[in-house]
Write a protein of this length. Structure first.
Length: 117
């Protein structure tokens, strides 16, 4: 169960030390575990992975919230989401996110399965 993972027991969201960043981190603290779980479950249910933009569209989260949670999920130990290389290993898989832009695709790590109550 994800609640047993250290990731879902963050005492506070990461911040950059400025007063506004610390205030935002403190304000989101009650929702942090739920948001991590939402983003992780959303990605785990997508066999072809998801870009940050796709996570935003599916979950209704703002870009700032989705991007921050994806960063935390990718950088925790062990990582819960990852980028994968394209065939040939030259660059990470990407998918269009707009008319002239693309984003890296996130995949749930194999060791992390979706939460099933």
């Amino acid at each position: 169960m994800f609640d047993d993972l250290p990731l879902f027991r963050y005492p506070v969201a990461p911040h950059n030390g400025t007063d506004t960043s610390r205030e935002a981190a403190e304000a989101i603290r009650p929702d942090l575990g739920r948001l991590h779980r939402l983003v992780l479950d959303t990605i785990a249910e997508a066999p072809d992975g998801l870009t940050c933009k796709e996570v935003e569209l599916i979950t209704g989260l703002s870009h700032q919230t989705a991007s921050a949670r994806l960063n935390e999920l990718a950088n925790c130990q062990p990582p819960h989401v990852e980028h994968r290389l394209e065939e040939g290993g030259k660059r990470y898989r990407r998918r269009p996110t707009g008319p002239r832009s693309s984003g890296r695709v996130y995949f749930a790590c194999l060791a992390v399965a979706p939460y099933a109550p």
